[in-house]
Design a protein around this ligand. Structure first.
Ligand SMILES: Nc1ncnc2c1ncn2[C@@H]1O[C@H](COP(=O)(O)OP(=O)(O)OP(=O)(O)O)[C@@H](O)[C@H]1O
Length: 234
């Protein structure tokens, strides 16, 4: 097992109001899963991903990833944990505009003092099909190409777990398909586990498992009907 959440809750204060973003989440994720997290806007998907990436802490319950209890980590240990174990892909790519594609991918490696950073970043960019565009800046790239750079940046540290928050939200459908097929390939060939928050039915259709968050709780998916209307009429 790669991830284990037990009774995880998170509240945010909005002025005088408290928002229960997550309420008693129990979830295990096995190595090699391609897990989609769906649910209405505001249901708690991003909060769940932020907690899995140790960008945020839960208020109660426990989160264990690779056997590490995230609540026991201080801020510095959280960033080390992220660098070593997690790749993150955002809806808005989050590339550094003044850096080239190659420099964006090298950046996390320089933070962790990795040797051969340039060669490793080049290899990651080749893996996402951007070997010709390494010296371009983000403004010179299309949305799909920027998301490929972001994926290269996520895989360059060879994490076991990649968390993607609405990775296709800013992409057209053809580009979304190629980005998703790249993620599936990384999952299949390198065994990287993916957790993807999404509203996109195309993404949920590719998942090995789909979970639904509603009002901060995990809810059972509606079972699909046993037969179609045409079959029922026939
Ligand atoms: N930093 C924060 N401060 C206050 N409230 C927050 C914060 N982050 C999230 N929330 C609230 O927590 C709830 C869950 O938000 P979250 O962003 O996790 O939902 P989501 O399912 O990812 O939504 P979307 O699909 O729109 O991205 C919402 O009511 C949101 O307003």
């Amino acid at each position: 097992m790669l991830v284990e959440l037990e009774d995880v809750s998170k509240r945010y204060q909005l002025g005088n109001l408290w928002v229960d973003a997550l309420r008693g989440i129990n979830l295990t994720i096995e190595r090699g899963e391609f897990l989609a997290v769906k649910g209405p806007s505001g249901s708690g998907k991003s909060t769940l991903l932020n907690i899995l990436s140790a960008l945020d802490h839960c208020d109660s319950g426990s989160v264990e990833i690779e056997g590490i209890n995230l609540s026991a980590l201080n801020e510095h240990q959280c960033s080390l944990f992220r660098r070593r174990h997690i790749g993150i892909v955002f809806q808005s790519f989050n590339l550094i505009p003044v850096l080239t594609a190659l420099e964006n991918v090298i950046y996390p490696l320089t933070l962790s003092g990795t040797v051969n950073a340039k060669a490793r970043a080049e290899k990651a960019l080749e893996a996402v099909g951007l070997e010709q565009l390494m010296s371009q800046r983000p403004t010179q790239l299309s949305g799909g190409q920027m998301q490929r750079v972001a994926i290269a940046r996520a895989i360059v540290s060879q994490p076991n777990l990649i968390l993607a928050d609405e990775p296709t939200a800013n992409l057209d459908s053809v580009t979304s398909e190629s980005i998703m097929s790249l993620m599936k390939q990384l999952n299949r060939e390198q065994g990287v586990t993916f957790v993807i928050a999404t509203h996109d039915n195309y993404v949920t259709g590719l998942a090995s498992r789909v979970i639904t968050v509603r009002d901060g709780e995990l809810v059972e998916d509606e079972p699909s009907p046993p037969f179609t209307l045409q079959e029922a009429i026939a």
